[in-house]
Design a protein around this ligand. Sequence first.
Ligand SMILES: [Zn+2]
Length: 150
Amino acid sequence: MPDWITHILSALIIAELLKVRKKSLLVLGVLLPDLLCKLYLLNVFTNIPIQLTTFMSTFHELVPAILASVLIAFFFYKNLMEAMILIPAGTLLHFLLDATTRHYFYTPWWAFFWADEYWILLFMFMIAYLGILLIKRFRNGNTGCNMHAQ
Ligand SMILES: [Zn+2]
């Protein structure tokens, strides 16, 4: 499973490529499946019964996660249309990225990396994101050098 930095980078790459204005909504959507399923840890720190928190792991399944992301989008009522598109799209992106890594218990044939090789994806996405930022900077004529600016 890719780590959270890789998930965030994937959302930022898509946001840069598609010129998404509200990148934070896409980033929220891409983190939601992992954040929601980690809510079961609440019973470690609080007196919430374990029966109420164990079902949270179902939010790392595609359909419950998409439904939860649509419901969470209603909290962003000022940008409801963007939220209704970007948060579920981010959640879908999360599962696409998760599908690139194999887990030891089930091994999908389409997965490229083993679960403990998350750093390969992290490195690839860091290079891709930095490359996109550099290309955008040079296309806009902003090289970061102010020596000639007057
Ligand atoms: Zn995941």
